[in-house]
Design a protein. Sequence first.
Length: 440
Amino acid sequence: MRIRRGEQVRGEISLPGDKSISHRAAMIGAIAEGTTEISNFGPSADCVTTLRCLDRLGVKIKTGVDLVTVRGVGKTGFAAPSSELDCGNSGTTTRLLAGILAGHRFRTRMTGDRSLSSRPMQRIIRPLSKMGARVRSLDGKLPIEIEGATPLKGIAYDLPVASAQIKSCLLFAGLNADDITTVTEPVSTKRGPVSRDHTERMLEAFGADIELKDRKEDGGYKHSISISGASELKGRPVSVPGDISSAAFLIAAAAGLEGSELIIRDVGINPTRRAIVDAVIEMGADLDVAEKEAAGGEPIADIVVRGGLEPLSGPYRIAGSVVANLIDELPVLAVLGTRLAGGLEVRNAEELRLKESDRIDAVVSNLRKMGAEVEEYNDGFGVGNSQLIGARVDSFGDHRIAMAFAIAGLFADGETAISGHECVDVSFPGFFRVLSDIVS
C-alpha cells in the first residue's frame, strides 16, 4: 500500500461497530436465554472469528446486512466441538471464550495463528485453574487445552496487570461458579475501573448480578467487580457504537493536518476508552465531543476534529494508570507526536511488547526509517519533533502498526510504502478506502 503526503482531511463519516463490544455482545448473547439481536456488529476478522467459534460450539447465529442474530443456549449450553477451536489472531476471542469454556464439562483445544501463539496465556491459566478448571499448556501460550468443571469455585483474584481480557475471562467463568467471584484491578490514581469495562456493563444489561466497589489503598484506589454464579442472563437487543480505537487513526490524521475538519458520527466514548480523545485535546488539538443518549449502557457522541496542534511548553508525557486505557492507540499517538513541538514520551507501557507484534520495536523501527528522532525504552519510547520522510515500512503483521504508519505517510514528504497492509482487516476492513475518501 502506497501513501503520499496529505494536505487536509475533510468529511463526515460513520465507523464500523466497536470490536470489543461486538465480541462481548456475541458471547453474552450466546450464553443468555433467548435471542439477542446485534445491530452494527463489527465486521473485523477478529469478530468474525468469535462468531465462527460460537458456531462450532453449537450456537445458532444468523448474519444479515446490518444485524447479527444469536440464539442463546444458556450458561452451560455449549456443545463439545468436534475439533480444535481456531481463534485466528484474536486474543479477545481466546481469553474471553476460555472463561466460558471453563464452566463446561468437556475438553476443548484452542489454537491460533503464529502471532497469537506467541502471546502469554498463563495470566488466565493460573486463575482458571484456581477455580477448578483443568487448563494445560506446554509453555504458557497457545495451544491450550481446557477441561471445564461444573460448578467452578468462586474466588477473589487480584489482577497482576490491568487487563480487560483477563478480567472478562474471570467474570465469564464466575457465571458458572458456586459462589461470588471478585476481580480486583491494580491501584489507580482515580476511582473507577482501570481497564475497559464493557463486560461489566453488558453483563449487567443482560441481567447479571454485578457489584462494583472502590476502596482507598496505599494512596490510591482499588476497584473490584463481583459477579454471582446464580446470575441469569436474558437475551436483548444490542446496538454497537462506532469503534473509538478505529476512530483514533482518523482523529490523529485530522489533528495533524492544518485546515482539516472531520466529523465522526456515533462513536462509543466509554470512560475507559475515551482517553484517546482527552490525550489528543491535551496535545493541543481542536476537538469537540457532542454527547448523545447512551445506547445499552454505552455512552456515544459525535466527534469533530479540526486540524492543527497548539504548541506545548514541553514534551507530552503518557505514563502511569492512563496507559491501560490508551494501549491500542499508543502507536498512532507516537506518529502524532512527531508533529508536536516538544515531542512525546511514553513510559510504563511494557504491555506493548506482548501485542500482535512488539509494538515498541515496531514503532521505533518504522519511525527511524522515516527519519524521526526517536529513542527506545524497555517500557516505551520517546519521539522528537520531526519532519517525516517517505520510506518503506513494515506492518509486522499488526493491524494497528499498519494503520498508524498510513497516518505517518500522510505527514511525510514523498511516498510511504507499507508492506503487509492487508492485516488491517483484523480490526478495520475498508480502512484504506475510508482514508482515501477523506484525504485530499
